[in-house]
Design a binder for this molecule. Structure first.
Ligand code: URA
Length: 432
């Protein structure tokens, strides 16, 4: 393989053979292709795109760059992947819910770099919870309770880790084939037979427009099926935060409230049930309506919560200590409505910025997260509020000087107007 000639052809928009893509990725992973050539390749893909065959070859070769887990002997396996959004604590509900319906849910997850924490950060706000298990221990937890929220190890798709770091600094993140290969290589290596993608769309999402989100959803499903998995994608709204809580510990508390039937966040509950039901339907080969009914049953009878509590215990977490943590004194401020009217919209990005400034996210990977920092909304779109009503509470333990600016951001993010807005459409498309 002469890399320069591959680059010439890709730059001219010609299709590379699958073996050429595979050879390139294998050589890059070994260190035989330098970063500058791989960066040129990524830029050529950004500008010229990739055919389905090229995208699949890239995905599979990145999958094969590391360990691929095997779930033989386990119940039917499924996982859900979200492209990430504000207040997205759905994995904490969906994984134990799908496990309660008899699935093995191998879910390797991430730490957040950005405005709010990732799923692993949220789970680590539970005292004692160890998200960084070895792959062998992770499989033991799944064998015991059906699910495990474990942070992805370096053994999974190392080519993606290397390439993503390069894309991040060379302006080559926004390319559908590269995003598909990045997301899917990790999910394929993780080994679930069925994959459900929650592709978020809107101000608080990676994909800002519906068109981009739908294109990504189609590409994920096509390539997952091309790699022999059952797959579907939902394109869902991320213009407003999911639920009321945005942060880390407060999101875990909200997820537990859903699992214990105490939560009023309809968007979180409905989307969790829908996504879990798709996992069950694909993995068990049963009609979606039956899977929805089964998920409701396991949410309402407490089995999903029991799975969650067991998973936390197996990871060393202490839910009683977590409840006490929530009572720790924090610095907080209420955000009140300047006018009466209906909540027209709640800008997800503004809320995420406020949470970040309060200490809920990381600017760089070495930054520590303030588990108790965040925003607790008291209203949702469509609610009627009177002047002086509490719209939200902002909290921090480490950055009290940020309370006022964060409160101002939240006030600006919650738009109040005279007319009652139409109900929000949560699931925009289903691609199966
Ligand atoms: N998330 C990923 O894992 N990879 C991308 O390329 C983009 C989002």
């Amino acid at each position: 393989m002469i890399v320069k000639l591959l680059l010439d052809r890709k730059r001219e928009g010609k299709e590379l053979a699958p073996e050429e893509v595979r050879e390139l990725v294998a050589a890059y992973t070994r260190g035989d292709v330098p970063d500058y050539q791989m960066a040129a390749f990524a830029m050529a893909v950004c500008c010229r795109g990739m055919t389905d065959a090229e995208t699949l070859a890239l995905t599979e070769s990145m999958r094969d760059s590391g360990t691929c887990l095997d779930w033989a002997g386990f119940p039917p396996s499924a996982d859900k992947h979200s492209t990430g959004g504000v207040g997205d604590k759905l994995s904490l509900i969906i994984q134990p819910l799908a496990a309660a319906c008899g699935l093995a849910v191998p879910s390797l997850t991430g730490r957040g770099l950005g405005l709010t924490g990732g799923t692993a950060d949220k789970m680590e706000s539970i005292p004692g919870y160890v998200a960084g298990l070895s792959l062998a221990d992770y499989q033991k937890v799944v064998a015991d309770c059906g699910c495990s929220l474990t942070v992805q190890t370096g053994e999974i798709a190392p080519a993606d880790k290397k390439l993503y770091a390069l894309r991040d600094v060379t302006g080559t993140v926004p390319s559908i084939p590269l995003i598909v290969a990045s997301i899917l290589s990790k999910k394929l290596a993780e080994g679930a037979e069925s994959l459900v993608f929650d592709v978020k769309c809107g101000a608080g999402a990676f994909m800002k427009t519906r068109e981009e989100a739908v294109a990504l959803a189609h590409a994920l499903v096509t390539n997952a099926k091309g790699a022999g998995r059952k797959a579907c994608a939902l394109v869902t709204a991320m213009d407003e935060p999911l639920g009321f809580a945005v942060g880390n510990a407060n999101e875990v508390r909200e997820a537990i409230d859903v699992l214990q039937g105490r939560c009023a966040a309809r968007d979180v509950i409905d989307l969790s049930v829908e996504l879990a039901a798709w996992m069950v339907s694909l993995a068990k080969g049963i009609p979606l309506d039956d899977a929805v009914a089964w998920c409701w049953e396991n949410l309402e009878n407490g089995e999903a919560y029991r799975r969650f509590a067991r998973m936390v215990a197996l990871h060393g977490g202490d839910l009683e200590a977590f409840q006490k943590t929530l009572e720790t004194s924090v610095s907080s401020l209420e955000v009140v409505a300047a006018d009466a009217g209906y909540v027209q919209s709640i800008d997800a990005n503004g809320i995420a910025q406020a949470a970040f400034e309060l200490g809920a996210g990381r600017g760089k990977s070495s930054d520590a997260i303030d588990n108790l920092a965040g925003v607790d909304l008291c209203v949702k779109r469509g609610d009627r509020v009177e002047t002086g009503a509490v719209l939200a509470r902002v909290s921090t333990t480490t950055r009290p000087e940020q309370l006022e600016p964060a409160a101002a951001r939240v006030r600006a993010a919650v738009v109040i107007g005279a007319a009652q807005p139409s109900p929000r459409e949560l699931i925009l498309e289903e691609i199966a």
